[in-house]
Design a protein around this ligand. Structure first.
Ligand code: SF4
Length: 325
């Protein structure tokens, strides 16, 4: 399949200033040398604890966080080098659905006004057709237009708000959606329904998804391939099934061993004999030398504390950055 998005050695750094007058005292390498490529119509997952760099990378794809090094390509066009007009078009094709729809949608507006806004900004559809289009898009996310068009966001449930956020993105005819923790703000009973809706829209509209989450059950259910992030670095990447069946990196093993098992069928994915994950994620300001996971890794040895491991392909399409391989 053709690649739709390629991230090539991407780095996003933030400078730290202190004192008066302000003095540069350090740098946070929030995304550090990330490579990944996403194929058309697949669902790619980025997994990691909070502060692992996954949202920072997503915002770099959206052009919100500028890259310090590296490049991001959408359909082989380097996003940074596009002219303003082309960028506006591309960022209709790539849409970002934020973690908490309450913070990204204006609660003082009606559903109709929320959905009308992107149509007006991008001057889409003839004026007399706009209400019909909004009605159709509400129907596509299973919200009856006659009931929801005039409602206000404050009167909607979490799941309904998430459907409005999805509808708003779809109005622009995207082909690539970034879903940032798509279910974390929702009740468990609603999570499955939103994932089902996303799956049916993906098939119907030939969409490609990048799913960012710390929730391993979402990842195991919806993604084809994943990258495991830790402190701005990729620790392991490959097909979701391969990584869940035979995780290679000690961090991945610890993450998988920490999932509570609900279904008997999930037991096959839970590595046995692995210690539980201990300790706090270190600060970006004071990164460990060598391997970034060395302060929490139960298998650490001398080399790990002096040399950063490189990413190696261990099996077909299954990569790991660890000195044990
Ligand atoms: Fe653990 Fe060393 Fe592998 Fe890092 S390189 S994950 S410290 S064994």
């Amino acid at each position: 399949m053709a690649e739709i998005l390629t991230v090539d050695k991407a780095c996003v750094y933030f400078s730290i200033y202190r004192g008066f007058p302000k003095k540069l005292v350090g740098q946070i390498k929030a995304v550090d040398n990330i490579n990944l490529s996403i194929e058309k119509e697949e669902t790619y997952g980025i997994v990691g604890e909070s502060g692992s760099g996954k949202t920072t990378l997503a915002k770099a794809i959206m052009g919100i966080n500028p890259l310090d090094h590296g490049s991001i390509y959408y359909r082989h066009e380097e996003l940074n080098e596009l002219r303003k007009r082309d960028k506006k078009f591309i960022y209709r094709k790539i849409q970002y659905i934020y973690q908490d729809p309450s913070s990204s949608l204006d609660p003082r507006k009606s559903v109709k006004d929320i959905l009308m806004e992107p149509i007006k900004v991008h001057n889409l559809y003839p004026k007399e057709e706009r209400l019909r289009v909004i009605g159709e898009i509400l129907g596509a996310v299973d919200l009856p237009p006659s009931d929801f068009m005039s409602r206000y966001l404050a009167n909607l449930s979490g799941g309904q708000k998430q459907r409005i956020a999805i509808a708003r993105a779809l109005l622009l005819h995207p082909d690539f959606l970034i879903l940032d923790e798509p279910t974390s703000a929702l009740d468990v009973s609603v999570q499955a329904k939103i994932l089902e809706l996303l799956d049916s829209l993906k098939k119907r509209l030939n969409l490609t998804y990048l799913v960012i989450t710390h929730d391993l059950s979402v990842i195991s259910n919806v993604t084809n391939r994943i990258s495991i992030f830790y402190l701005g670095h990729t620790m392991e990447k490959g097909k979701t099934y391969d990584i869940f069946r035979e995780p290679l990196h000690p961090y991945t093993k610890l993450l998988l061993s920490s999932i509570p098992i609900i279904a008997e069928s999930e037991k096959k994915f839970k590595p046995s004999g692995v210690p539980t994950i201990e300790g706090e994620i270190p600060s970006f300001v004071n990164l460990p030398k060598g391997c970034r996971f060395s302060t929490r890794c139960p298998y650490v040895f001398d080399k790990c504390q002096s040399l950063e491991p490189e990413m190696k392909e261990v099996k077909g399409g299954h990569y790991v950055a660890c000195h044990l391989y």
